[in-house]
Each structure stands twice: as structure tokens, then as C-alpha cells.
Write a protein that binds this ligand. Sequence first.
Ligand SMILES: Cc1cc2nc3c(=O)[nH]c(=O)nc-3n(C[C@H](O)[C@H](O)[C@H](O)COP(=O)(O)O)c2cc1C
Length: 182
Amino acid sequence: MFKNVEGPEAIRFLSTKPTMIITTLHENAKVNAGVFGAYTNLSRQHVGIAVYTESDTNRNILRDKEFTINIPSADLVKKIKILAENLPPGISEVEKAGLTLKDPLTNKVPSIAECAAAVECRLDKVVPVSSHDFFIGEVTGGWIKQDFVTDKGRLDVFKSRVFKDFCYPEPYYVLAGEIIEG
Ligand SMILES: Cc1cc2nc3c(=O)[nH]c(=O)nc-3n(C[C@H](O)[C@H](O)[C@H](O)COP(=O)(O)O)c2cc1C
């Protein structure tokens, strides 16, 4: 059911620009989850994410130098509101949302099994940008649901029904419409 990948080619699961759930570990080993959209591919193995300095995700990444990007399908849309809450470190958003943790392959951060794919990263650089830090992560591995992988090893945006965009702070999300060949 899962196709596991050890190595930077797991970056192919981010070939679209999806809404992401980032999991990190609190100091007490509970899994924290936050929802993020300010993301870009930077190289064949690097991704960049802008994370508010006062968030748990920011603190956990600075401390542990690891994070995992989980890519939710449209069927998780109601869970996103819970995952975007700022809960104290004793309470895990993942548990509150009733989601299942999956053991990591290449870092120490569990992923969310109900997602379409997950990409494990190690922190490479931090660039402070006003109220946010721009974290540059190196992809170390990940997994994708077998049904959603294209013949080129990428995430199929239509079959997986991952979000292509969102209208934050409104709770509106956008699915891929149509591909126009250029
Ligand atoms: C669709 C969506 C996109 C978001 N994108 C970002 C983002 O790119 N950067 C950011 O710092 N916060 C973003 N947020 C807000 C965080 O999810 C929110 O601050 C959350 O409390 C962070 O979780 P944490 O405190 O557990 O890290 C977004 C929220 C939603 C719902």
C-alpha cells in the first residue's frame, strides 16, 4: 500500500505545490502538527518553508533540526482546522484529530498515515525573514500511497485529490482543475 523511498528522490512527491501538514517532535516526544502553505522547491533535494517564529513547529525544527511534510487529500479537509490549532505541547493535534501516526524511515519524526504522501527532511539552513524563519530542508526519504504514484514516481494530483491552493485564513481549498499541455 505504501511505496517507501530512502533518498532525495522523495522530493518528487512535492512536484505539485500542495497544502502541507508539517509534523515535528516536541521536547516531550509528542508529535506536533501544523498546517503550512508558504513552500517552494529549491533544488533536486531541497525545499523551503516559511514558518512563523512563535509557532511550535518553528521551535521544534530549531531544536531537533528535522521535520516531515505530510500531504493531505481532500478527505482530510475537516481535520485541517484541528491541526492548525496552537495546542500546548502536552496535547498532540494529531491525536485530537483522530489521525494515525506512521513510523519514520529516515528521520525521527512520525508522519500521518491518512495522508497521500510524506516527505522527511533534515534542516539545512535557516534564513530569518521578519516574523517568519525560512527553513531550508534537505529531503532524506518519504513514502507515497501506491495508488497515487505516477509512472515517473511523482504524486498524481488528480488521483490523490491533494490541495493545489488555499484562501487562508478562509477555510477554502482548491483542487487541480485541468492540465493544459504547452
Ligand atoms: C491553509 C493554511 C496555511 C498556512 N500556512 C502557513 C505558513 O505558510 N506559515 C506559517 O507560519 N503559518 C501558516 N499557517 C498557520 C499555522 O498553521 C498556525 O500558525 C499553526 O498554529 C501552527 O501550528 P504550530 O503552532 O503547532 O506549529 C497556515 C494555516 C492554514 C490553515
